[in-house]
Ligand binder design. Structure first.
Ligand code: CA
Ligand code: CA
Ligand code: CA
Ligand code: CA
Length: 412
C-alpha cells in the first residue's frame, strides 16, 4: 500500500524568477468599490480587476484564487491572495506569480498549496507547490517533483492531498509537510479506475471513485473515504454507493456533503460519518433544478443553484434546518449574473461571479438568523434543534424505561 516516492534534492529552480516578480506586484490596499446595494449582508468584490479570477478558497479571513495575469507580454494563471478582515480595507498580495500556470489553490491557516506546470527544462506536467505566508523569505516549496500530473490539491493541518495520473488513471496521494524540506509522500488509492476530487478534514479523506465491481457495474462515481490517522496505513471505507453519480465531496467534522445526479439534475446530499462503516445519509437540496459544488464549515452548507434561471449561491443551516439565498438577493437589485464555485469558512462565503463579463471573486459575511448556531446542547434537547419542547418530550416518552445495555443482568 505504502509507496515512498524517491526524495529529490529540491533545486531552487524558480527562486530567481520568484524574487523578480514578487517585488513588482500587488502589495496594495484597495477600497471597497463594488457594493451591489444595501441588504442584510452585502456581497463585495475582493480585488476589482479586468483579469479573470476563479477557483477561490478561504480560511478565516484569508482568501486565495487563481488570476489570469499578463506579465511582459505573456499571460498565464497566477495565485493571488487577500486578507479581508476589514472588507473596506482589503489587502491583496501575490502568492505565486510565476511563468506558466499556477492553479486550483487551497489554504489552511497560513499555508497555501496549488498545482503548477512551470519547469525550467520546458516540461509542462503539473506538480504541487506550497507557500507558508509567514515564511519571511516568501519562497515557495515543492510538495511533489514527480513525472505526470499532480493536480487539485487540498490541505488540512500538515497533510496535503492531491490526485495523480502517473499510473495511467487518477489516484489520490498524500504528503506530510511538517518539514517542508523533507516531505514524506504516500499513496492513498493505488487502485484501478479513477479516484479524484478528494477532500480532507482531520483524519478523514473522501473522494469520488468510478471503481467497477458487482455493486457498480456501470462505473458511476461512488463516494469512498479513508481514516488517514496513519498516513502509511489508511483504513478505507465505502461512504455512498448508489446507481447515480456522486461527485465533488467536501468534509467538515463528522459530516461530508456532495452533489448527486437524480434524473436529469444534480442534488445536494450529506452524510454523518461518525461511524464511518455505517454512514447516515440525508438530503439537503433535492428540487428539480441543479444544485452543485457544495462546501461545508461548522453547521453551514453552501452550493451553487440554478433554480432562479441563473446560478446563485444558496446556504443551509443544519441547526435550524433552514435554507436561504446568499447571492443575488439584494433589495431592488436589477442586474443578475452567475455565482458559482462557493467556499465557506466560518460565516464568510466566497465565490466566482461573471458580473460584467469577466470572472471575479466576491465574498459575503453572513449574519442573522440564517447563521444561528447552538453554542451548547441543552439538557433535554433530544432531537438537537436547540429548543426543548414537546417534540423532545415525545421522543423521551417513546423510549421511557427502555434499557439498552449489551450485557445481560445490567438492566433493572
Ligand atoms: Ca503564472
Ligand atoms: Ca508532475
Ligand atoms: Ca486509480
Ligand atoms: Ca445569480
Amino acid at each position: 500500500m505504502k509507496r515512498q516516492y524517491p526524495y529529490h534534492e529540491w533545486n531552487k529552480k524558480r527562486k530567481q524568477f520568484s524574487i523578480i516578480q514578487r517585488i513588482g506586484i500587488l502589495s496594495a490596499v484597495f477600497l471597497l468599490t463594488s457594493v451591489l446595494s444595501a441588504g442584510k449582508w452585502v456581497p463585495f468584490e475582493i480585488f476589482p480587476s479586468t483579469d479573470d479570477q476563479k477557483s477561490p478558497d478561504i480560511y478565516g479571513s484569508f482568501v486565495v484564487w487563481q488570476q489570469w495575469v499578463e506579465f511582459e507580454g505573456v499571460t498565464d494563471w497566477d495565485i493571488i491572495g487577500a486578507d479581508i478582515t476589514n472588507p473596506e480595507d482589503i489587502s491583496v498580495f501575490g502568492i505565486a506569480e510565476f511563468e506558466k500556470n499556477q492553479e486550483n489553490p487551497a489554504i489552511y491557516d497560513n499555508v497555501v498549496v496549488w498545482q503548477d506546470n512551470y519547469h525550467p527544462n520546458g516540461d509542462t506536467d503539473y506538480d504541487i507547490y506550497m507557500l507558508d505566508l509567514e515564511d519571511s523569505e516568501q519562497v515557495d516549496k515543492p510538495v511533489t517533483d514527480l513525472l505526470y500530473d499532480q493536480i487539485n490539491p487540498a490541505i488540512f493541518g500538515n497533510t496535503v492531498i492531491w490526485q495523480d495520473n502517473s499510473a495511467g488513471d487518477w489516484d489520490i496521494s498524500m504528503a506530510d509537510i511538517t518539514d517542508p524540506e523533507n516531505v514524506d509522500t504516500f499513496q492513498l488509492t493505488p487502485f484501478e479506475y479513477d479516484q479524484l476530487n478528494a477532500a480532507i478534514y482531520h483524519d478523514t479523506v473522501a473522494w469520488q471513485d468510478d471503481f467497477v465491481w458487482e455493486d457498480n457495474p456501470d462505473g458511476v462515481f461512488n463516494l469512498f473515504g479513508a481514516d488517514v490517522l496513519r498516513l502509511n496505513k489508511p483504513i478505507e471505507y465505502l461512504f455512498s454507493a448508489l446507481p447515480e453519480d456522486q461527485e465533488n465531496v467536501a468534509a467538515c467534522g463528522h459530516l461530508i456533503v456532495w452533489q448527486q445526479k437524480f434524473g436529469n439534475d444534480w442534488d445536494i446530499f450529506a452524510a454523518d460519518i461518525s461511524d464511518p462503516a455505517n454512514p447516515n445519509v440525508f438530503s439537503i437540496a433535492t428540487d428539480t433544478d441543479n444544485a452543485e459544488q457544495p462546501d461545508i464549515d461548522g453547521n453551514l452548507i453552501v452550493w451553487q443553484d440554478d433554480r432562479n434561471g441563473d446560478w446563485d449561491i444558496y446556504g443551509f443551516n443544519l441547526t435550524t434546518q433552514e435554507e436561504f439565498l446568499i447571492s443575488d438577493n439584494q433589495p431592488g437589485q436589477q442586474t443578475f449574473s452567475d455565482q458559482t464555485n462557493p467556499r465557506i469558512s466560518g460565516n464568510t462565503v466566497v465565490w466566482q461571479d461573471n458580473l460584467g463579463g469577466e470572472m471575479s471573486i466576491y465574498a459575503a459575511i453572513l449574519s442573522g438568523s440564517e447563521v444561528a448556531k447552538c453554542p451548547e446542547k441543552l439538557p433535554g434537547d433530544v432531537n438537537g434543534d436547540c429548543i426543548v419542547n414537546l417534540q423532545d418530550f415525545v421522543l423521551l416518552a417513546q423510549n421511557w424505561l427502555s434499557c439498552n445495555f449489551d450485557q445481560t443482568g445490567v438492566c433493572p
